[in-house]
Structure formats: C-alpha cells, structure tokens
Design a protein. Structure first.
Length: 501
C-alpha cells in the first residue's frame, strides 16, 4: 500500500484499471437478461465511469436457482470444513495480492480518500476473510446433558441460500462482513451491492472463482433496490436476507419476508452515535482529536459516526475550541490524492440530502461554527462538503435525531453524566456510544445504562473482528463480526437417540 503516495502515479494506475460491469451468476460474468445497464458515476468529478448491468427480478430468479442447485449438490455445503477453509484462504491470498487495485476501485467508485481505502479498508477486509476462513473447521457441535439411556445432539448446519444487500459507504468491508461468515458455514450467497458502488464486489467475485469457490456458490447482482433488492426480499427460495442500510429499507425487507416465505431478515440500520465528554476526561487533546477525525472519517458516511458530541458543561467551551482547531486542519480534496483526508460524497443525491439537513439545522436554531456549504473552486464539479459543525444544538432538533450520513457534527451540552446518558438514550437508534472519563467505576455504570450495541471508553470504534457489531432499537437486529455472526447463517438441529431401543 505504500506505493500509493504520489498523486500523479495514482492517477496513472487508475487510468489503467479495468472496470467490471457485468453481473456474476453461476460462475460467469453475464449481462442482465433485459440488456439494461445503468451509468456508474464517480463522485470525484461527477463523470460516468462505466455502465453496469441493471439486474431485474428475472436475473434474481436465475441467480437464486443457481445458488440453490449449488447448495443442494453439496459441492460447497457438504465439503469437508478443512477443505472449505483451504479454498477460503486461497480467496484471501488472492485478495491480498490485488489490494492496491481494489483500494483504487473503491475510491474511484464511492469517493473515500485513497489513504483510507488503502490504509484501512482493504486490510480490514483481508482480516475478515482470513478470520472466517479459519472458523470453517473450528465450529463444534454439542452433546446435551441427557441421561444414560439417550444421546442428545445439537448440530449446526448451513441455512441454504443467503441474500446480502450491502451499502455504499464501505462497499468491500460491509460485503465481506456478510459474505465471509455465510460462506464459512457452507451457504450459497447472492450479493447485491449498492448501485452507487458496484465495482469492488464484481472484482471480488472474480477472485472468489479463481480461488476455487464453485459456480453458483457466490453470485453478484448489481442493480437497484426497488428491482433487484425487492426481488430478493420477496423470493420464495431465499432462506435468509442480511441487510445494511437505512431503516426505511430495512422495514421493507421485514414486510417482504412476511409477504413471502418468512425468510429470516437480519438488519443493521444505522445510528446516531453519542460521543460523551465528561468534565474529568483526563486527555482533552486526545478526545478532541478523536472526536473530529472520527466524525469526518469517510466523509461522515459511517453508521457509527459520532455525530452527537455531548459535552459536560464544565469543559464545553474549551473542548469545542479544540475540536474546531482539529477540524480546520482536515484536508478536503480529490479522493485519489494521497494527501486528502476528506473526499467526495457518494453521489449528488447524498450531497443534496446533507445540504438539506444543514439548511434545516440553521432554520431550527442551531448555529454553524464551521463549514455549512458545498465546496467550490477546483472541487466544484464533484460532490464535496467540507467539515461542518453546529453549536447550540438541542436533542429535539432534526440534525440531532436523524442520521445525516455526512460530515455534520452537532454539539450538545449536558449538565452532568446522568444528563449525558439521558440525552444519549433519547434516540430511535442504539448502534454505538463513546464516553471519555477518568473514573472507570462511573464508566462501568454508564456502559450498563447506555442503550447501545457497542460502547467505547476513552477511545472510539474500539474492538476488532473478534467483537460482535450491531445495535439496539431501530439500529437493527443480529450481529456482524465474531463467532456470533455465524448464528445468522446457520440452523440448529436437535437429534435425540434412544440408546435403549
């Protein structure tokens, strides 16, 4: 990854990239049956990169049939776990060999800085793939504590055909959080990447085939939510659907399940993460640096972005000043420039949505103390919004309650730690929370009080692949990462044998 240090050299490498555009079904790249395509637009300058197959319900039917046939044949589902592990480790090795290309595709497609896609994303994807590959032959069945005349066995089996509908903010990583454990358990998978960012999913499908994952076991269907996504949600032969995205779409998938075969639906539907800074925080400089850089990482297009900065009154002015100081240093620019720290919003629609929230925040009485407008000058052709910070925010304002998914930070004042917890929990979301204090006894009590799936103390976004990730309330259900993720992709079977028969 240290080869991506010169802007001109990066541009040369991008110019030589091959951009995939066909769907990947049953081991082959194919056009959509309708022949339809959609324009894949780069947010850097708003220019069309290529045209990508626009899969419809008939393509979903073909992919589900191929996935079901592969599953029923046992070519993957009944492969010895140690052999499945070997194939997945080959998959991981091929991914590692192509990480520079994949990082460039990711940045070109969705606008995140290449320093992030090359320095974080591809490494996290590789870790995920390797970790779940190693899980293949380490998932044990159980023996129930029955009496001497019987044997009770609990076995874990692959669930069947898994549909994964993934977002555009971390296209590779969110896909692999779902694909890797599903494949490790022996399932067949149909991945529908977000239409804004299909390129890396299609390239990864090619690597999977090269690694030896059999035809039909891993399929990728680019397309739109109302067509390909809806068809997957309603399909009678999809056993489980996993989704990361908006709550509105998550609720649709729950409806589709009830209207079809009652397929299991597992959702991660975003958040409105509180970042609580208490008076006794022992390192305000570190907390301020983390608050700013975590908020504006990936343009704020992060489900756990710490967009509600809840600061105890005693340190509020000092702390906000330090956050502003850091935020002003964040370099906004072309995402292919290795010096860029904040790139482009994924598309014009998302940029306009974020600008709409900024306008609404001002109209509701919050005060902009940094940013607040679309970038101009050399960046005017792309979809750029510099870091924006609101002060004088109350928790009933729209910008404090709804997930903006952009570089917009809201500062909220708390009277004390109990008030901070009250504000933090006053949200329809419960994905994550962060708190900064030198009193670990108080921190422990606050961890128990905060209604969030992850709580980080004196850090942000702590943990790794071994820790489960998911939320409370309308942030969703189920967990990605860790061994707990395997629960979504498996069935438990109970078998009772009468030994006296």
């Amino acid at each position: 990854m240290n080869t991506l240090v010169d802007f001109a050299a990066v541009q040369q490498r991008v110019a030589a990239l091959k951009l995939p555009g066909q769907a990947f079904i049953n081991g082959r790249f194919v056009d959509a049956l309708s022949g339809e395509t959609f324009a894949n637009v780069s947010p850097r300058k708003g220019q069309v990169l290529n045209y990508v197959a626009s899969c419809q319900s008939e393509d979903v039917d073909v992919a589900v049939k191929a996935a079901r046939q592969a599953f029923d044949s046992g070519v993957w589902s009944r492969m010895a776990p140690k052999e499945r592990k070997k194939v997945m480790l080959r998959f991981a090795a091929l991914f590692e060999q192509n990480m520079t290309e994949l990082a460039l595709l990711e940045t070109l497609d969705m606008g995140k800085p290449v320093a992030e896609s090359a320095g974080f994303d591809v490494h996290a994807v590789l870790e995920c793939l390797q970790w779940y590959a190693e899980c293949c032959d380490k998932v044990y069945d159980e023996i129930a504590p029955s009496g001497p005349g019987a044997l009770g066995m609990i076995t874990r089996e692959a669930i069947g055909v898994v549909a994964a509908v993934t977002p555009w903010n971390f296209p590779m990583l969110m896909a692999m959080w779902k694909v890797a454990p599903a494949l490790a358990m022996g399932n067949s998978v149909i991945l529908k990447p977000a239409e804004q960012s299909p390129l890396t999913a299609l390239r990864i499908a090619e690597l999977a085939a090269q690694a030896g994952i059999p035809a039909g076991v891993f399929n990728v269907l680019p397309g739109f939510g109302p067509t390909a996504g809806r068809a997957l949600g309603l399909h009678m032969d999809v056993d489980t659907l996993v989704f990361t995205g908006s709550g509105e779409v998550g609720k649709l998938f729950l409806q589709y399940s009830g209207q079809s075969n009652m397929k299991r639906v597992w959702l991660e539907c975003g958040g409105k993460t509180p970042n609580i800074i208490l008076n006794d925080c022992h390192d305000l400089e570190k907390a301020a640096n983390t608050a700013a850089r975590s908020m504006f990482f990936n343009q704020g297009e992060v489900c756990v972005a710490p967009s509600r900065l809840i600061v105890e009154a005693g340190i509020r002015d000092e702390f906000v000043a330090q956050v502003l100081k850091v935020a002003r240093t964040i370099a906004v620019g072309d995402p292919l420039d290795p010096a860029t720290q904040l790139g482009a919003m994924v598309d014009r629609a998302q940029m306009d949505r974020v600008l709409g929230y900024i306008k609404q925040g001002s109209e509701e009485g919050a005060r902009i103390i940094l940013g607040g407008e679309r970038a101009s000058g050399p960046l005017a052709d792309g979809f750029y919004i510099p870091p924006t910070i609101f002060d004088n925010v109350t928790n009933d304002m729209t910008i404090a309650r709804e997930e903006i998914f952009g570089p917009v930070l809201s500062v909220i004042t708390a009277c004390d730690h109990l008030d901070a917890v009250r504000i933090a929990n006053d949200s329809p979301y419960g994905l994550a929370a962060s708190l900064w204090t030198s009193d670990l006894s108080r921190a422990h009590a606050m961890i128990r009080s905060l209604r969030a799936g992850s709580v980080w103390v004196n850090c942000f976004d702590g943990g790794d692949i071994t820790m489960p990730f998911g939320g409370y309330k309308q942030s969703g259900n189920g967990r990605d990462r860790s061994l707990h993720a395997l629960d979504k992709y498996s069935e438990l079977k109970s078998a009772w044998i009468d030994l006296q028969a």
